[in-house]
Each structure stands twice: as structure tokens, then as C-alpha cells.
Design a protein around this ligand. Structure first.
Ligand SMILES: [Zn+2]
Length: 211
């Protein structure tokens, strides 16, 4: 039997056990229950030891535990936040500028060093579900910080007025599935309607026919 390198008492092998771990966040330490891990422990001095493989598995299981905790609090997981950010081609800094929050926050949410607030979580979810909402957020930032993102979304940014009109008629439509030709066509029809000044209660009907 192996001896504890700290107190020289006998070590005990634990397979598929659990550990109550201290996890550091920007709001202090919190206890997290990590499951499905193997390790060696000393019952006398309470020290826990990992082999490199066990340590690797511990990191994976810890992330799972933190994911579970976020889900319980109805918050997006680190992976989900990263996915939303990547979906729109944003860097961590750009997402911070878009959300009008301080630097390094996104990195903390994406590594479980802190949790996003419920308000931020709602914003992220809306951003993910509603492309027009994202475009409007993009319209309110300094262009110099978002050059690459603006280039990627430029066509939709230029046609945001039309996209919003289409969404008013068809709230469930996924903008990204509409062809650019179609959006340009609706744009042309709307421009004609507006320039002929025949705006009345029927203009939505006219648009609906055009769509
Ligand atoms: Zn010991």
C-alpha cells in the first residue's frame, strides 16, 4: 500500500467517486460536487492525489458539474456562450463592447470563472434567436472596433429595415434562409410603395402579396 507523502499514513484508492471541490470565481469560492472521478486519498490528513490521467478526467468532470450548475440556474453554459459568439464571428472583446460591459467578462463566463447575470443571459439568448436584434446591436457600436463583423453582415445591415418588415408579417421566418435576391426584390417593391406615397392601411397587404 502506498503511503501519503505528507503524513506517511496509508493511502486509499477511490474509483468512480465524488469530491466536494472548491471552485474559485470572481465572487469568491464555491463548493462544487464533482462526480465520476478516481483518485487516491489520505484519510488522516485529508489530502487527495491524482495521476495525470485522473487529473485530466477531473477537469472534464468538473466542467460537467459547472455546466450542470449553470443549467440549474437557467443560465447559458460556457459552451453555449462561445457558440453564440462564434456564430456571429465575434471576438470576446467585441462581444463585451456589444453588450456594453467591461473587459475580460466573456473570458470568465466561458471558463466558469464567473457567471453572467440574468439580464446578460437574456440578451445573449435574444441575440442568438433574433438576427435582427443582433444587427441592431451592431448598429449601435463604434465601426472601427467591428470592421470584420460589419463586413460579414453588411448585406443584412444595409437591409435591416426590410428584414424587420418581413419579420412583422412572418415572425417565424429565418432571415438567413431567405435568398439575397428575394430580400433585394422586397426592398425594391417597398421602395416603390414608399416613393409612390400610397401608404395606407393596405400597405401591409400589398407587401404580403409581394412576399
Ligand atoms: Zn496524509
Amino acid at each position: 500500500m502506498k503511503k501519503c507523502p505528507i503524513c506517511n499514513h496509508e493511502l486509499e484508492k477511490v474509483n468512480n467517486g465524488t469530491l466536494q471541490s472548491k471552485h474559485k470565481t470572481s465572487n469568491g469560492c464555491k463548493d462544487i460536487l464533482v462526480e465520476n472521478i478516481s483518485y487516491t486519498k489520505c484519510d488522516y490528513c485529508k489530502e487527495v492525489f491524482f495521476t495525470p490521467e485522473e487529473s485530466q478526467n477531473y477537469e472534464i468532470q468538473l466542467e460537467k458539474a459547472l455546466e450542470k450548475e449553470r443549467k440549474c440556474e437557467h443560465l447559458l453554459t460556457a459552451k453555449e456562450i462561445k457558440m453564440i459568439r462564434k456564430k456571429y464571428g465575434l471576438t470576446q472583446l467585441q462581444l463585451e463592447l456589444l453588450l456594453k460591459i467591461g473587459p475580460k467578462n466573456v473570458a470568465k463566463w466561458e471558463t466558469y470563472k464567473s457567471n453572467q447575470s440574468q439580464t446578460i443571459d437574456n440578451l445573449l439568448r435574444r441575440m442568438n434567436d433574433d438576427y435582427c436584434f443582433f444587427l441592431k446591436m451592431l448598429n449601435s457600436v463604434e465601426i472601427k472596433d467591428f470592421q470584420n463583423v460589419i463586413t460579414t453582415h453588411s448585406f443584412y445591415l444595409e437591409n435591416i429595415f426590410i428584414l424587420e418588415l418581413i419579420l412583422k408579417i412572418y415572425p417565424d421566418v429565418n432571415i438567413k434562409t431567405l435568398s439575397k435576391e428575394f430580400i433585394l426584390y422586397v426592398n425594391k417593391v417597398i421602395t416603390e410603395i414608399l416613393s409612390s406615397k400610397v401608404i395606407n392601411q393596405n400597405s401591409q397587404l400589398v407587401l404580403k402579396e409581394a412576399v
